[in-house]
Design a protein around this ligand. Sequence first.
Ligand code: C2E
Ligand code: CA
Ligand code: CA
Length: 627
Amino acid sequence: MKSQIRPEPSRLSKTFETGQLIAAIAAFVIVGCVMLAYEFVSLRQALVKDVEIEAAIVADNISASVMFEDHDASMETLRAFRPDPSLLSVTVYDRAGFLYAQYLTRNAAPPPEPSAAAFQWLSSTITVHQEIRYRGHQLGVVEFVASTADVRTGILRFAGLLGIASLGAMLVAALVMRRARARMDKAERELDYLAHTDPVTDLANRRATYETLERAMEVHARADRRLALLLIDLDNFKGVNDTAGHGAGDRLLRQVGATLVSVVRKHDVVGRIGGDEFAVIAAPVRDNAEALAIAERITEALRRPFHVDGIDMLATASVGISMFPDDATALTELVSNADIALYQAKVSGKNRLAEFRPEMTLRTQRRVRLERDLRKAMERGELDVYYQPQFRCDSERMVGVEALLRWPHPENGFIAPSEFIPVAEECGLIGELGRWVLLRACSDAASWLRTTGVALNVAVNVSARQLRDGDFIDAVRHALHDTGLAATQLELELTESLLMEDMDSAMEFMHAVRHLGVRLAIDDFGTGYSSLSYLQSFPINQLKIDRSFIQLLPDAGTTIAGAIISLAHGFNLCVVAEGVENRAQLDWLQRAGCDLVQGYLLARPIRAQDISAMLTRKRAQEDAVTS
Ligand code: C2E
Ligand code: CA
Ligand code: CA
């Protein structure tokens, strides 16, 4: 497979085997030599002992014949040793040292030359002397000369046997080692495969991908050529894993991997570098346009649904591109730039691609800082909830409020929710943040009722990520229970795009909310899908016309605003106009029969205690009028 990193065959086992073989041979040689030397000494000593015994026997038996100088009898005694095959000669010298009698065998050679003691061990004969005595008187000396040929033959035979045994043993050892080496080779290959391959997709894993990238960067730097690193992140893989299970998730990843391999060029490398993150090393590329074309082919291919376990699954992806050497010359920088580009692709709406640009780094740094500060602010309780009043359009009487998050940053002043809410969504803080706002809003509304007797509706914004977390409905139930607020006083604001993203779970959530008695509003109406048909099927209570339409009033935008109002009324929905900034806008809305208004003209978002004060003031005014 093109995307796999095939390891070079390791020489470790070969080196190991050769070393062992040499050691085994050396051991055999040393042991063989020691055994041969021992055998030689034993055989030679046995021969010497035999000859010494023979010499003693001759010396005993020959003493009488020597004493009486019976030559024939002496020769008879000597010849008695004829059957001894190693015997060369037996010689008897008289007391004066003169030759008295000698028996020579057929093999007898001239008497050996006297040699140095060290070499006597190796000489081809041995000589033994024995005195001939009779009653304490020395009569002469008998000399035995024997051949060591038998010792040599014995040693040769022994060496032959030893050689054959050693060869056999080495053969067995070599066979055993060969099998051990085959097993070791296999284990090494398996280890290498595991270390470099992602088991789910069979693609290069993170380590192997970056190793390949490093090598490719070196090669392309020398050849003065460009390469592109593409990081690919699936947009909704967590959802697939959560709903269809990990098995289906793995099968989807395998298909995505295979698709990537099929759309890149033959020599490009595809690797899986994280849960739902892939990398493509496109090398070489002529220019950005070529890299972009590959990235487009990837996003295009991943837009088509994947067939997993009998169902069609969507696995759209975001792609970040970084070029070598244009964007970075070092590996970590190249990867980090591709990551920054990927991040930009994600935050600008997913299912798209982004090329790295230097200014992205600043934006990302600011975002990272923002995330860190937001965590701190939440821990320290620095966040606050402000409330923007909503009024009846006809009587201009305050009937509700919208809860809006406020973050007074200790250094940078107020940070707009439109800036930090997406960060909270991205880093997963939104769940905690959303639950906190909900609880604050419910408890403030409950306390206004307790202290002023006015039951204000309170609207809370809910973002897409909060719905996806699944336990938001429990948070709503707990907030109502813990604060004692009537469910009918709470309203949740959802955006159109949020509802269209995952229609089934949104529908389920809306029905669960309505079942509790909580009201639902569609926020920023008209800016999303503008599909009016769903107004019929969604269990909602209220529409909020987006500020962008209200701003056009009263000179323009009247057709759209008018149509929305009458359409909503047709479906029995309450209509809120948000962002009302001047009297002319309010006048037009009053004439058009809009139900509620919200905007800077009548009130800006203010603190909970200011709402409380406002209600108390109104109450006092009303009491004064009635009394
Ligand atoms: P939104 O839900 O559309 O909130 C209305 C925004 O319009 C608020 O901005 C409000 O201050 C502003 N506004 C109200 N009247 C006027 C007006 O007459 N003229 C102009 N120009 N603006 C007006 P804000 O507070 O900056 O909030 C921005 C967005 O942040 C909100 O838009 C909402 O989508 C989001 N947001 C705020 N608080 C929360 C929260 O607790 N949770 C979630 N998920 N989102 C929130
Ligand atoms: Ca809102
Ligand atoms: Ca809005």
